[in-house]
Design a protein around this ligand. Structure first.
Ligand SMILES: CC(C)(COP(=O)(O)OP(=O)(O)OC[C@H]1O[C@@H](n2cnc3c(N)ncnc32)[C@H](O)[C@@H]1OP(=O)(O)O)[C@@H](O)C(=O)NCCC(=O)NCCS
Length: 177
């Protein structure tokens, strides 16, 4: 059955990421390193690690079904015109990849949140909020105003997380670039 995705957006002109600074400091104190795919190097090894992380986190998306093979993932999520390793924020613990938040800039002139995910043992510590604030910084540097996302309507943790950041449901009456 087709899913009626919840479409949300964030106004980057109004967003104040400084209110989440303390969460970033908490992650740093816990030894979590925040980086990007670009900084680590968009190598075959990095792509494999990204795939494994995305696959593990996606297992908790309602009705996600079977995940891509590695080859499908590279073709559909990496070797695409909008993929940018600068927009893939990563959280590492002692070299282990434990969280990701990927954003792309779409030709229509807005940023799109692709996948955000945190491995189960690392959840509930503000990691996804911290990574999404960095994704917002990436989008702002690219000069866009709006950040959009599509969420499964039964995925209450991610809906709550986006609301916490200030995302609101799309208003079809007021389209924005
Ligand atoms: C959604 C997900 C990324 C949240 O990651 P996280 O690092 O645990 O989230 P945070 O600790 O940053 O929490 C941020 C806010 O999200 C909300 N939240 C997170 N987990 C929640 C849960 N299980 N139930 C309700 N709200 C939740 C809360 O509002 C929380 O803020 P608060 O703790 O101050 O109340 C994580 O649960 C996950 O990886 N899920 C599986 C993958 C997925 O569904 N990704 C989204 C695909 S679009």
């Amino acid at each position: 059955m087709a899913v009626d995705w919840l479409k949300m957006r964030l106004d980057l002109d109004a967003f104040d990421g400084s209110v989440f600074d303390s969460l970033g400091r908490r992650c740093a104190r816990a030894g979590i390193e925040l980086t990007t795919m670009a900084a680590l190097g968009d190598s075959p090894e990095s792509r494999r690690s990204l795939y494994e992380l995305n696959k593990a986190c996606s297992a908790d998306i309602p009705n996600r079904g079977e995940f891509f093979s590695f080859e499908e993932y590279v073709a559909q999520r990496i070797e695409t015109p909008s993929y940018d390793p600068e927009g893939v924020v990563l959280a590492l613990d002692g070299g282990a990849w434990v969280g990701m938040s990927a954003a792309t800039i779409r030709p229509e002139g807005f940023a799109f949140n692709e996948m955000t995910g945190v491995l189960r043992p690392y959840r509930g510590r503000g990691l996804s909020l911290t990574m999404k604030v960095l994704a917002v910084e990436y989008a702002r540097e690219k000069g866009v105003r709006w950040m959009r996302t599509f969420l499964h309507p039964d995925n209450s943790p991610v809906i709550a997380m986006n609301r916490r950041l200030g995302y609101v449901e799309e208003d079809p009456e007021s389209p924005t670039a």
